[in-house]
Design a binder for this molecule. Sequence first.
Ligand code: 5RP
Length: 219
Amino acid sequence: MNSEQLKRQVAEAALQYINDYDMVIGIGTGSTVNHFIDLLPNVKNRIEAVVSSSEVSTKKLISHGFNVKELNQTGDLSLYIDGADECDGHNRLIKGGGGALTREKIIAAASNQFICIVDESKCVDVLGKFPLPIEVLPMARSFVARQMVKLGGQPIYREGFTTDNGNQIIDIHNLKILNPVDLETKINQIPGVVTNGLFAHRSADVTLIAQSNGNLQTQ
Ligand code: 5RP
């Protein structure tokens, strides 16, 4: 199966978690989630509303006729479905390749169950091969970058990109993240950091992994 087929397969598998009526669910961002959004009309009768993690996903959800609500209107969510850029064997993730990490982290934290959908190319033993995104307030960009050099990373400014929150992203290369929980905390303590793309404190509850041989693994 090619990469798009794998994304479609794992997105389809996530539909089984929409197993109740009147559900209000969180929806992530990215090409894997785009497949999930395209499949969501199949279970529309079970969904009362959705909370979206980005303007891009919101547009797509509205085009399919879903009621998109603000998290402030809903309270905690029963379910959040999202992709990831990297996943380790403990369901700890790197996210933010699409730049939506802050809203994604908020929705994940506000959800009782977080189902992550990936293909096997995203699975790693140690996180860090994928550059770790950090959302920063624009005035703090260079300061945060210098702190990340001290932590052993190589920061690259994501030029020409502004997040949905009006901020900037720096991508940190060359990290070998042996303790993701500690690093997530450490980076978030740097003044000017909005959040970083490590999802270790609030990891996924379940990761669905589409394998190139056509099998689906649940971790
Ligand atoms: C966006 C994300 C995405 O979940 C992540 O980038 C994976 O995207 P894709 O499914 O396109 O590989 O964190 O901020």
